[in-house]
Design a protein around this ligand. Structure first.
Ligand SMILES: [Mg+2]
Length: 462
């Protein structure tokens, strides 16, 4: 176990437990506790996920140095490949992720090898995500073994429960065991609630899925991620809002997700090595060096000001709309008119459901019922009608600019790196079409209502 507070000198959880025991946790407590008006974001990172899954399947592996190998050899002994991940016992002997198998075996001749088995790991991951879903208001799974949880509502509800219990106790209505319970509840600070809550998440993952996780709790996503990374394996690091500057002060800049070796080098040339130094740097200097977006982002994270919301992923969901043409047509203009009509309907549904999308797809059903689809994905989430309509001509072009490969359900997907251009050239329609459809996929829920930053500009495509 490795459950500790954020930093030795931080205003941490445990101290404030009794300080305000005789007062309602109103604004007075917020000074010691400081979570009241802040978000409670939890980042969960499963430890050595692939090797741990292998241990679940084959408990004999527990305690042994073993590794999961990416290899093209589908059967028999694994003789070639690269280490995808390895157990802590193997790590201690010098085995690392991305190491060629030969080097890994040199470091650890007894290394037990398993093939990467993503479908199996995905079933375990799903089990964990279901547990996390129940523990959060909003769950954002960011990879097979990591997720952000926004637990603000759940934690504040626990706090309200605490307030009410104190009211009851204070008004003399509580007696006997009830009164004792109220007294103990009264003594809980928000920080204790959060610590209990985070430990219960770890315990549930352990009991229900048999896995260890490192957990970070902080008022922002970027900090929660830094916190979960702080102690591994099986760690718990809580950074209360008041402790944020102390926690970040001496951490290396590369702890910030997105700051890699190149940025780190540039920052070092500027005399910036710690997050504290980064926070004290004039933001204009950073903008000048790294550009508006990146410069401001790293500065804000260093200041603990990242407002990025936890967004639920709804990628398994898509929105689509289809239309059967009154008669078969090859006429491009008619197809565009009908596709525009579908766009209106689809866009209204997108708005109503509060989604943003990344991928636009068009489906054409030929007269002989052959179905063809083409799709394009934006690099960023979009929420304007224009971002649907502007993709359509380029998508249509993709059907006809190449020899149609007439295959059921074929998908031709690519990344839209530039704004799709309205093509002035006539399309060569060579097959009559009976039905058309548009599909929006890679959906994400809008964060909060009334978020209107979705105006797409050329920059959104970059
Ligand atoms: Mg992990």
């Amino acid at each position: 176990m490795n459950n500790n507070s954020a930093a030795p000198d931080s205003t941490q959880t445990n101290e404030s437990a009794n300080g305000n025991s005789d007062q309602r946790p109103s604004s007075d407590t917020s000074q010691s506790d400081s979570w009241n008006d802040n978000r409670v974001i939890v980042h969960v990172d499963l430890n050595s996920f692939y090797p741990s899954c292998e241990e679940l399947r084959l408990p004999l592996l527990v305690g042994k140095p073993h590794a999961v190998i990416m290899t093209h050899e589908e059967q028999g002994r694994i003789t070639k490949g690269v280490v995808a991940s390895c157990s802590y016992e193997a790590k201690k002997l010098g085995v690392k992720s991305a190491m060629p198998l030969t080097a890994a075996l040199k470091a650890c001749p007894d290394l037990v090898l398993n093939r990467v088995d993503i479908p199996y790991y995905a079933t375990i991951s799903e089990k964990v995500m279901n547990v996390l879903h129940d523990c959060s208001d909003i769950l954002e799974q960011t990879s097979i073994d990591e997720a952000f949880l926004d637990c603000s509502g759940k934690i504040h509800a626990l706090g309200v429960h605490k307030d009410k219990a104190i009211d009851v106790a204070d008004s003399g209505l509580g007696h006997g065991p009830l009164k004792r319970e109220h007294d103990s509840v009264r003594n809980l600070s928000y920080s204790y609630l959060i610590e209990d809550f985070a430990n219960s998440i770890k315990n549930k993952i352990k009991l229900e899925c048999g896995l260890l996780a490192s957990v970070g709790v902080a008022p922002t996503k970027s900090l929660a991620k830094i916190a979960s990374d702080f102690r591994k394996p099986d760690g718990l690091t809580i950074v209360p809002p008041a402790a944020v500057p102390n926690f970040l002060e001496n951490l290396e800049v590369e702890r910030i997700s997105g700051i890699g070796t190149i940025t780190k080098k540039s920052l070092k040339q500027m005399g910036i090595e710690t997050i504290g130094q980064l926070a004290r740097t004039d933001v204009q200097t950073l903008v000048h060096r790294f550009g508006n977006k990146y410069g401001i982002r790293m500065w804000k994270i260093a200041k603990g000001l990242d407002a990025d919301p936890v967004r639920p992923r709804v990628e398994h969901v898509s929105l689509s709309s289809e239309f059967t043409l009154p008669d078969f047509t090859k006429d491009q203009q008619r197809l565009l008119v009908h596709l525009n009509g579908l766009t209106d309907e689809l866009f209204a549904r997108l708005r109503r459901k509060g989604y943003q999308f990344r991928t636009v797809g068009i489906k054409l059903v030929h007269a002989d019922f052959v179905v063809e689809t083409r799709e394009r994905s934006y690099l960023r989430f979009q929420d304007t009608r224009e971002s649907i309509t502007s993709a359509i001509p380029a998508l249509l072009q993709k059907f006809y600019s190449t020899v149609p490969q007439r295959q059921e359900g074929q998908v031709d997907s690519d990344i839209m790196e530039n704004a799709p251009s309205h093509s002035g050239t006539e399309l060569i329609i060579n097959v009559p079409i009976r039905k058309i459809g548009i599909k929006l996929s890679n959906l994400i829920l809008n964060s909060g209502s009334g978020r209107e930053e979705g105006q797409s500009s050329i920059l959104d495509y970059l």
